[in-house]
Ligand binder design. Structure first.
Ligand SMILES: Nc1ncnc2c1ncn2[C@@H]1O[C@H](COP(=O)(O)OP(=O)(O)O)[C@@H](O)[C@H]1O
Ligand SMILES: [Mg+2]
Length: 290
């Protein structure tokens, strides 16, 4: 943990990163994360991506959940290769990318996510130049980071332009989300974090959940906590999961679909910062690993 803390501080202080920070462009890189698993993070990523794609945005998902990568499962896609094969120099990024509805792209991380920690100079350059080719072809890169505060998860959160924390109204989920936000604040990884409250019975429950976090965060942390939106508890979600199709595609009139569409609209209407671009993203990602 000491080692990790050191690296996190190094990221914040780095001049190289600051320079990359200024190379803003159209691409927005969003990390979707959670304190606790099972809160609906992967469903949020897939359906938010789809909702954005439906409006004509060019969206790519990076499945960076190391142990529980299942973006492909939720979309009924079968990846033959992953980032691992790209990093080994055996495949090109184009060979591993899957395409879903509305031209939604999925980049399966697989065991390549673990490999990111051990890249040599050439592999890193290969990754940067491969990702750079998407710079002008993608409006949103949305990352499913996996839950918790492992080095991998924090690296992706830190590298992204914006971070969304998914939580539910359950006390355990609230506590774990707060624990994660506390770390983002302590190591100054982000100035601002957005909350998506999932599986709510009604909108008041969502606001109450956000208020609980905001009250403590305002008192003890140096980070702005915003409510991005909420998603109703909806049987359509489980039904769509069993059919391996995004609920926003299968059930366009469902409550959950309406909720996720509102979140997509809000994201399109509000941008946290300028964005660091692909170079900034990869550089920042690597700094935490080195
Ligand atoms: N809004 C919702 N309403 C009802 N069930 C939900 C909702 N969101 C998620 N779920 C259920 O929770 C399960 C876990 O969701 P998932 O997206 O895989 O979570 P995570 O990625 O956080 O582990 C889903 O399979 C689904 O059955
Ligand atoms: Mg998941």
């Amino acid at each position: 943990m000491h080692d990790q803390a050191y690296r996190l501080r190094e990221i914040t202080n780095s001049k190289i990163i600051k320079k990359a920070d200024n190379q803003g462009n159209g691409l927005r890189i969003l990390a979707v994360t959670s304190g606790k698993g099972g809160v609906g993070k992967t469903n949020v990523v897939v359906n938010l991506a789809l909702s954005l794609a439906k409006t004509g945005k060019r969206v790519m998902i990076l499945d960076a959940d190391l142990g529980l990568a299942n973006i492909d499962v939720l979309m009924g896609l079968v990846p033959k290769f992953t980032l691992y094969d790209v990093l080994r120099g055996e495949k090109l990024l184009d060979d591993i990318i899957l395409t879903g509805p509305y031209d939604l792209k999925v980049l399966p991380g697989g065991s390549g996510i673990q490999e990111l920690a051990n890249l040599d100079y050439y592999q890193r350059e290969r990754l940067i130049s491969a990702l750079r080719t998407f710079e002008s072809d993608v409006d949103f890169l949305i990352i499913d980071t996996g839950a918790g505060i492992s080095r991998n998860v924090l690296a992706f959160i830190s590298a992204a332009d914006e971070v969304c924390v998914v939580l539910t109204p359950e006390p355990t989920s609230i506590t774990d989300a707060y624990g994660l936000i506390k770390i983002l604040s302590k190591f100054k990884l982000h100035d601002e974090v957005s909350l998506i409250v999932n599986m709510v019975a009604h909108s008041t429950e969502a606001s109450q959940t956000v208020n609980k976090i905001q009250t403590v965060a305002n008192k003890f942390l140096q980070i702005k906590v915003k409510q991005l939106g909420y998603i109703s508890q909806d049987l359509s979600v489980g039904k769509a999961v069993r059919k391996q199709q995004p609920f926003a595609q299968l059930y366009p009139k469902a409550k959950a679909t309406n909720d996720i569409n509102q979140i997509a609209q809000k994201i399109m209407g509000y941008r946290v910062n300028q964005g660091k671009g692909m170079d900034g993203f990869v550089n920042r990602l690597m700094r935490l690993f080195n």
